[in-house]
Design a protein. Sequence first.
Length: 76
Amino acid sequence: GPQRGLLVYSDAQNVSADLKGKLASVVIEGHENHTRVAFLNIPPGRLAALGVKSESPLRLPVTHAKVFGWYDNEYG
């Protein structure tokens, strides 16, 4: 579509000079992106207060994703 090329992915570790002349609005730098997963332990008493019957705690996974992108903050 008309937005093709506005979002670009790069596996390289870039510096600002590497992006000179790029027409993309954002270049996602895959080298720096990462995720972390943690778990929330919800006890049976709290589940019961929410109307959920359970004899054991619920381990709810929570994922945090950090995405790094280069953009030209002086353009436009």
